[in-house]
Ligand binder design. Structure first.
Ligand SMILES: [Zn+2]
Length: 423
């Protein structure tokens, strides 16, 4: 009798499997970005109320430039698919309101840096070497870019720019499964006495793995109240500062051609650490999103509302002056966007970027199909127009630039899409 019930149950389960009914998962979103040399890939998962993690498979048509952040509450409808390793195939996706104020961008940030060795491959860097790197490059970068609003600390040693330890994991050389890397390394650190199991002891975990053929140079969670980053073989600010800023909630700074949303280069913004792979500073849009400008004792990037000449100081030099202007009124489809005009003294050039208040991608605006960097900047006398907004570089001199902005009269703003022209 018992066997008969079991076999009926088995048939019922089989039929359910065949019918593959949709189900729902509710929980907290985790967004991960993998930085490959020329493109980025995203992974999404949901942690439900029981703490179980469900990896999502977004529809092929999904646009990854939506402003999703780790920590957002989501409700996902879809089907679990054995064919894709038990991932949850998403049919529909509801997400809580976009995060306009990113958490953990000011004040001391407790970080644990783990220098990971594989079971059969020793990491060439020591924990002391990692600490030196943080003392000389990573922490100074965060302090400079945030105008002193954010700095890194340890949990064990608050006066250090993080806690630093070396761990060896059971994974063999070349292992790229970030779930295994992070879980095993954290467990090893916990056994060494680091409080990796206490929520909030660290707001950021950083893993340095020996150079591995994973394809990606770095990987990070995007936003959220805590996060992690992995640097694959290259331990420089270029990789670590970039990944850490993903943790703080920023996405890439792209380069965009003449019209909105008609193509972009993922890391195309050569002026920004979230863009070009040769490094750079945090641009005005990123700093605005992080709350690193327009505060007391920080540089100002005021939103202007009148047509006029504006004198701006260079963004890439110290000082608390007006280091850019922000211009509202333009639209990307139905989304309001802001233009940011900044001057970089090291380049002697003015640039126009765009970004949105709730988004996380920045865009350097200009021509995309030219290797001539000069065409991406707004040289003296050149004019940039978008939807009735006209921006002209009047002059550049030493540490300042004069920018003329003409705004359309109220009520005449056209809607996107529109064409940009750089004369
Ligand atoms: Zn990235």
């Amino acid at each position: 009798m018992a066997n008969r019930i079991l076999s009926i149950l088995a048939v019922a389960l089989f039929l359910m499997g065949a019918a593959a009914p949709s189900s729902e998962i509710e929980g907290e979103l985790e967004v991960i970005v993998k930085d490959f040399p020329t493109h980025a890939e995203h992974e999404y998962s949901v942690k439900d109320a029981k703490g179980q993690r469900h990896k999502l498979r977004m529809p092929a048509s999904y646009r990854h430039d939506k402003p999703l952040q780790s920590g957002q509450k989501v409700r996902v409808r879809g089907k679990r698919s054995k064919a894709i390793g038990g991932e949850f195939e998403v049919e529909s996706f509801e997400v809580s309101a976009s995060i306009t104020v990113l958490p953990n961008t000011v004040g001391p940030l407790p970080v644990l840096v783990m220098v990971v060795s594989y079971s059969n491959q020793q990491n060439g860097l020591s924990a002391v070497g990692a600490k030196d790197l943080y003392r000389t490059a990573i922490d100074p970068f965060m302090r400079t870019e945030s105008s002193g609003l954010q700095w890194l600390v340890g949990d064990k040693t608050v006066s250090d720019p993080g806690d630093f330890t070396a761990v060896t994991i059971a994974l063999a050389s070349g292992g790229c499964d970030y779930n295994q890397i992070t879980a095993q390394a954290r467990e090893q650190a916990r056994l060494q006495g680091y409080r990796t199991n206490i929520f909030d002891a660290y707001k950021s975990f950083v893993y340095f793995i020996p150079s591995s053929p994973c394809g990606w140079n770095g990987l990070a969670t995007v936003g959220g109240t805590g996060g992690f980053a992995i640097a694959n073989g290259e331990y420089t600010c270029r990789v670590i500062c970039h990944e850490s800023l993903h943790n703080r909630g920023l996405q890439h700074s792209r380069a965009e051609p003449q019209c909105l949303n008609c193509g972009y280069s993922e890391y195309g913004d050569f002026t920004d650490v979230m863009g070009n792979t040769s490094g750079g500073i945090v641009g005005a849009y990123g700093r605005d999103r992080l709350g690193w400008v327009n505060q007391q004792n920080t540089p100002q990037v005021p939103t202007i509302t009148q047509s006029s000449d504006y004198t701006i100081d260079a963004l890439d030099t110290p000082g608390l002056g007006v280091k850019g202007i922000k211009i509202g009124g333009a639209m990307d489809g139905t989304n309001p966007i802001f233009l940011y005009v900044t001057y970089r003294q090291t380049r002697g050039q003015v640039f126009v970027h765009r970004g949105s208040e709730f988004g996380s991608y920045g865009y350097l605006m200009g021509y995309i199909n030219t290797p001539d960097v000069g065409n991406w900047s707004l040289e003296p006398g050149e004019v940039f127009t978008l939807q009735g907004i006209t921006i002209r570089t009047q002059s550049i001199s030493g540490g300042t630039a004069v920018i003329n902005v003409q705004l359309p009269s109220v009520g005449t703003l056209p809607n996107a899409p529109s064409t940009l022209t750089v004369n």
